[in-house]
Ligand binder design. Structure first.
Ligand SMILES: *Cc1c(COP(=O)(O)O)cnc(C)c1O
Length: 401
């Protein structure tokens, strides 16, 4: 019989009763160091005192009023994002996929209003992940996710990642935008080279094609800059954000330049829940922490520490790990053993991680992680490696009958 909860996930048999910072506690009293962080979402850890007081205060006043009325929390959040990014205007929604849908609508409408209604096509990258709505499945392009869901939505084509020649060749008079993740998270923490990002920006400038960045996972401090594209010294025309923005509360955002956003007049797009007082209070609480002087420097320092420790671990354990990848606190360890086995061993050692494509173990701790917690995570990974190599040894030593 089918479970009451539709079984679309392979869930670990763990249920957490509470969290504190980078730690999660099960109902039976076990404690885990959380390098999954709700899939790169709990950016300021669990039960952060500032988040708790802001959210409880807001809940006790008003949670939701709809976009029929002024929402000062949303105005403030948009103003802060504008002040700290390339964007001139921000639209709020509830998830990453929805932010990407909005981003495509912004781009197509900007092209249409600038006299190019024929420019509707979006060039995406092989290995992309843009979400699970019908159009974003098409933008993602992974046949595994499309199977059984009918004809893929038209208007999305794919080129190899990090290949500027292929991208150039794919541009046609119908191209509206190039859409990409500065770091492909889901498909294995594959980092776009800074030269590639710069070349894509230049190509867009030459051709009038818009640059649409999906920073749902790489954004909001994850790489040690507020947004990952800052590392390349470029700016997009339109960008999506979500995961880390609400610190665990669902919120998504489309950030755009004035040129792109100006077509989005009353009635052109909307969301009932999008940007409600509670969600925007959560995101404002996250920004209170992230925008505090020195915070992003601290994220970069933690990332540097983890890089050193993890590089040493990869060297020590070539039968388990083959490579470290990523940027900031968006870290991938490519596994030699099946990544599911490594993830399970880490969990057994008290460390929660996420898997990604390309046999990669994804480490995405809260951005508030301490130095000691970074060291503790690597020491737990070492324990996992020890357990895995012991098992390998036992297998080789097993007598063959
Ligand atoms: C997670 C993710 C999405 C989808 O976000 P949802 O909130 O699950 O809809 C889209 N793009 C990227 C890069 C992501 O990592």
């Amino acid at each position: 019989m089918i479970p009451a909860l539709t079984p679309t996930y392979n869930r670990a048999p763990l249920a957490f009763e509470r969290g504190e910072g980078a730690w999660l506690y099960t109902t039976d009293g076990r404690r885990f160091l959380d390098f999954a962080a709700g899939v790169a979402t709990c950016s300021i850890g669990h039960a952060h005192p500032h988040m708790v007081s802001e959210l409880t205060g807001q809940i006790s006043r008003v949670m939701h009023v709809s976009n029929l009325f002024q929402i000062p929390q949303a105005t403030r959040l948009a103003e802060r994002l504008v002040a700290n990014s390339f964007a001139d205007s921000v639209f709020f929604c509830n998830s990453g996929a929805e932010a990407n849908e909005g981003m495509v609508k912004f781009a197509r409408r900007a092209q249409a209003l600038s006299g190019h209604p024929e420019r509707t096509e979006i060039i995406c990258m092989d290995g992309a992940f843009h979400g699970r709505t019908l159009a974003m499945l098409s933008a993602t392009g992974n046949p595994k996710y499309l199977e059984g869901f009918g004809t893929p939505a038209p208007g999305f084509v794919h080129v190899p990642f990090n290949d500027i020649a292929a991208l150039k060749a794919a541009i046609t008079p119908q191209t509206a935008a190039i859409m990409l993740e500065p770091i492909q998270g889901e498909s294995g923490i594959k980092v776009a080279s800074l030269e590639f990002l710069k070349a894509v920006r230049a190509l867009c400038d030459e051709t009038g094609v818009l640059l649409a960045l999906d920073e749902v996972q790489s954004g909001v401090g994850r790489t040690g800059r507020l947004f990952a594209h800052e590392w390349a010294g470029i700016t997009p025309d339109v960008m999506s954000a979500a995961k880390g923005l609400g610190g665990g509360f669902p919120i998504g955002a489309v950030l755009a330049t004035e040129a792109v956003a100006q077509g989005m007049t009353a009635g052109t797009h909307g969301s009932t829940f999008g940007g409600n007082p509670l969600a925007c209070t959560a995101a404002n609480a996250v920004l209170d922490i992230l925008l505090a002087p020195g915070f992003l420097e601290q994220v970069r320092a933690r990332a540097a520490l983890l890089e050193t420790l993890l590089d040493a671990l990869v060297q020590e354990a070539p039968s388990v790990f083959s490579e470290r990848r990523g940027l900031g606190l968006l870290i991938g360890l490519r596994c030699v053993l099946p990544v599911g086995t490594v993830q399970a061993a880490a969990q057994e050692a008290g460390l929660l991680c996420v898997t990604a494509g390309d046999n990669v173990l994804r480490l995405v701790p809260p951005l508030t992680i301490s130095e000691d917690e970074c060291r503790e995570a690597v020491s737990r990974l070492k324990k996992a490696v020890q357990a895995l190599t012991d098992t390998q040894m036992n297998k080789t030593l097993e007598p063959t009958l």
